[in-house]
Design a protein around this ligand. Structure first.
Ligand code: AQP
Length: 328
């Protein structure tokens, strides 16, 4: 059994990008591996969050995890802030990181671009993310393609730690889906779909109503021409929609292309809208039931207990290796 860890920020409404790029894999991996899935609230506050909204989103993401098929009996589902070792190892790993390597992170560049005041938390985010992963001696990290660079840095930092202080940490491997690894924004296929986008029309939230979903897809930007062909370079917009179609229906891109040969964008978008609605409706129903039942709290309590046990052990080993005097 491999140890698996991943997380999602409660920084907005989860999108089908999060679902396709991350949660579908989370679900698949839990059957064979020892999985830890967390709601990374400490990461969410690297940009300002309104306290009431943070509380609500954290609970909402936990319920969505379960609604999307994560089984608390199999995987530990927990909040990052319920496991103090994250903040502590985060600091220790920060001290191992170089400014230069953090400055190279494209997510930092994107999120800080054009801003006068850039939070230091946003800058050291990758060190905390590395700590998250290393705390659980994680073997596999299921993430979307956008997180590849952070994972590479995590591997470097773990190697640096082991080199300096002796073999302590496990070097993790990314687990990135081949198709659908990156779902792009509906209004601009050069940007990834993101839950914190100010334009709600640029993403489909997992909890959008069927009508909102249909409307957003019908308004999604499309390339010139009218052919449904998968060609991410020449037709990035339609290729992104085809990608979403393939992911939610399980159909291949080739089959989709064949099915819509000679038909315009209109029919395709209409069918895509229905396919996304059909994929999300059962999740939304289950979500409502879970929220109403209040069971999320017990799930998070149990998940945090399991996570704390694993995390405290690694933190003890790390501190010992670094030369911190153990408490007497
Ligand atoms: N567009 C995407 N396509 C594929 N995968 C995606 N992920 C996010 N967006 C896409 C994957 O979802 C997981 C959780 O991401 P996160 O919440 O930690 O933060 P993020 O990657 O920064 O996602 P967002 O939606 O863009 O959040 P904000 O806007 O708050 O920064 C990761 O596995 C990620 O790969």
């Amino acid at each position: 059994k491999q140890r698996v860890l991943s997380g999602i920020q409660p920084s907005g409404k989860l999108t089908i990008g999060n679902y396709i790029g991350a949660m579908i894999n989370f679900e698949a991996l839990q059957h064979e591996h020892d999985c830890f899935y967390m709601i990374v609230d400490l990461h969410a506050v690297t940009v300002p969050q309104e306290p009431a909204a943070l509380r609500e989103q954290s609970e909402s993401v936990a319920a969505l995890f379960v609604a999307a098929g994560l089984d608390p009996a199999k995987a530990a589902i927990f909040l990052q802030s319920h496991v103090p070792a994250h903040a502590e190892l985060g600091w220790l790993i920060t001290t191992l990181s170089y400014m230069g390597e953090l400055e190279r992170m494209t997510q930092f560049k994107d999120k800080s671009a054009g801003k006068d005041a850039v939070g230091a938390g946003l800058f050291v985010y990758p060190a905390l993310m590395a700590a998250d992963i290393l705390l659980y001696k994680t073997n596999l990290v299921p993430v979307g393609d956008d997180q590849k660079q952070h994972l590479e840095l995590t591997r470097d930092l773990a190697g640096r730690f082991n080199h300096r202080f002796g073999e302590t940490l496990v070097i993790p491997e990314p687990f990135i889906p081949k198709v659908g690894a990156r779902i792009m924004s509906l209004d601009d296929a050069s940007k990834k779909m993101s839950k914190s986008s100010p334009n709600a029309g640029s993403y489909i939230a997992m909890l959008d109503s069927p009508d909102e979903i249909r409307k957003k897809i019908s308004r999604a930007k499309t390339d010139l021409g009218r052919e449904i062909v998968y060609d991410p370079k020449e037709k990035p917009e339609i290729s992104n929609l085809m990608n979403i179609f393939a992911q939610v229906t399980g159909k291949s891109l080739q089959d989709i292309q064949k099915a819509y040969e000679g038909q315009g964008y209109g029919t395709f978008k209409k069918d895509l809208g229905e396919a996304v609605v059909a994929a999300l409706e059962p999740i939304q129903q289950k979500y409502k039931d879970i929220r109403a039942s209040g069971e999320v709290h017990a799930i998070l309590r149990d998940g945090a207990e399991r996570a704390n046990t694993a995390a405290e052990q690694t933190l003890r080993e790390v501190k010992q290796a670094m030369g911190f005097l153990p408490p007497v």
